[in-house]
Design a protein around this ligand. Structure first.
Ligand SMILES: [Zn+2]
Length: 141
């Protein structure tokens, strides 16, 4: 029988409020929303979310929802060294969203033969150990 993975350290520390001011991102993921921050001063929509605007250095940012669908630009497979909760191989893809953001995400719940450049993908919530969630995408059906 396979032994359970024993967590001495939190494998997802970025989700803990005491570790990261951007932890609400993961609360939104849990609600099924993909978000980033928008600068209230200049309107810049950086990805990933920031605490300071990379354009004008303002710290007045608000949470903004992102499109839930995108297109695979390119992808690769990782076959070792993944955190708990990820199967081998895990597919990582660069995904173009219709608002101009290109992000890196894992592709889940999809057949390897379906994963190709130009394929349409949709946002999903991936549940990982320690009651954590991570953003992911799957091939749109
Ligand atoms: Zn700004």
């Amino acid at each position: 029988m396979e032994q359970p993975y024993i967590h001495i350290l939190d494998p997802y520390p970025q989700q803990a409020p005491e570790q990261n001011r951007l932890h609400p991102f993961y609360d939104f993921v849990r609600e099924g929303k993909l978000t980033t921050t928008r600068c209230k001063k200049c309107g810049t929509l950086p990805w990933p979310p920031r605490v300071v605007c990379p354009q004008c250095m303002s710290d007045e940012l608000e949470w903004a929802e992102m499109p839930r669908e995108g297109t695979i630009y390119t992808f690769t497979a990782q076959e070792a060294g993944l955190p708990p909760g990820y199967a081998l191989p895990t597919i990582f893809a660069l995904i173009d969203l219709p608002n101009g953001v290109r992000l890196l995400s894992v592709i889940e719940e999809s057949e390897l033969s379906e994963i190709k450049s130009g394929a349409t993908v949709e946002f999903i919530v991936k549940h990982v150990p320690n009651d954590r969630v991570m953003p992911a995408f799957r091939i749109k059906r």
